[in-house]
Design a protein around this ligand. Structure first.
Ligand SMILES: [Zn+2]
Ligand SMILES: [Zn+2]
Ligand SMILES: [Zn+2]
Length: 322
């Protein structure tokens, strides 16, 4: 089996075979930094496998560029919002977002990545989803530093420094470029919203990531834009809407490509909001606002990387204790 893969965005205007430098599964660390979260809407960004002879012209022509820093330019589809690739400028290295790897050119795709560590956990304040992929080194910043011995204790130290005693009245959400800014109220009972993780093909292609966490079933009327309009009033003004399947809609930022929400005509008036754009002061998991569902991952039958999803499933309960 070769290392040729088919890379696609959700709408399919990008759907071509490319050659990887190495074979799959790709070995690399997962990034938890603020930029990666805010620009995709996912809580984690897999280090994508680098391309051999990247089709630079095609990538530049078909995709929209967005630089999160002078070091990294990300490429996403303007029609569907899928993050497909990123370019590490200094090294002129082109990497494919793991979720955009749809199939092998020949044969069957079985495993996409083997996680070797967790980077930039300081940004998460709460460890994010690293608890679900244990037994690899954890780094507060990049993996050039020494790994932390006790992540929980390290994070607690930094949280104590900046502790805010009072929970703000609204949960903020904002994409990387700041075009999409939301204020979210609590549910009517004053309690928390639910959160859940989806690994379906549609979510995977939309974000360019295999593991997609959502703040679930939030009522439109509980979410507002900076000009005071409700979610439904402002959505198509600030965000762009993609019809991902019949009666199903995905909103994303047209400037940075961040996924914002998922909603369906079947459950009109409510939506899921991409957890990666949340800006809760207590950390990436927004625990003062979300009860994470730790018994179920949605659409595991869709998973390409079955071993990785199994690992997630086996360790999801760690979120309860983290
Ligand atoms: Zn597309
Ligand atoms: Zn944006
Ligand atoms: Zn999904």
């Amino acid at each position: 089996m070769g290392n040729e893969i088919v890379v696609r965005c959700h709408c399919g205007q990008m759907n071509i075979a490319m050659q990887l430098q190495g074979s799959l599964p790709h070995q690399g660390p997962v990034c938890h930094c603020d930029s990666c979260r805010h620009v995709t809407g996912a809580l984690t960004l897999s280090s994508g496998p680098p391309l051999l002879d990247p089709p630079v012209d095609v990538l530049k022509q078909k995709l929209t560029q967005y630089a999160t820093s002078p070091k990294i330019t990300r490429y996403f589809c303007q029609e569907c919002g899928s993050h497909v690739a990123y370019h590490v400028v200094a090294e002129d290295r082109w990497c494919i977002c793991t979720g955009a790897i749809d199939k092998a050119k020949h044969g069957k795709l079985e495993a996409i990545e083997a996680i070797t560590g967790h980077e930039y956990l300081a940004d998460t304040k709460d460890g994010g989803l690293s608890w679900c992929f244990p037994n690899v080194p954890c780094y507060l910043e990049d993996d050039g530093q020494s790994p932390v011995e006790d992540l929980k204790a390290e994070l607690k130290k930094s949280r104590d420094d900046e502790a805010t005693a009072e929970t703000p009245e609204k949960l903020r959400a904002e994409c990387h470029c700041g075009r999409v800014k939301l204020s979210i109220d609590r549910p009517d009972n004053g309690d928390k919203w639910e959160g859940g993780i989806c690994v379906c093909r549609s979510c995977r292609l939309s974000l360019g990531q295999a593991i997609v966490p959502w703040l679930s079933n939030v009522l439109f009327e509980k979410v507002s834009w900076p000009d005071g309009s409700t979610y439904s009033e402002g959505a198509t003004k600030y965000a762009k809407r993609f019809n991902s399947s019949e009666g199903t809609w995905r909103d994303f930022c047209p400037e940075c490509g961040a996924s914002v929400s998922w909603h369906s005509d079947k459950e009109a008036g409510q939506m899921d909001i991409a957890a990666g754009i949340l800006r809760a002061e207590e950390g990436a998991l927004a625990r003062r606002w979300i009860n994470w569902r730790t018994t179920k991952i949605h659409f595991t039958e869709d998973a390409v990387d079955a071993a990785q999803v199994q690992l997630l499933q086996d360790n999801l309960h760690n979120l309860d204790a983290a």
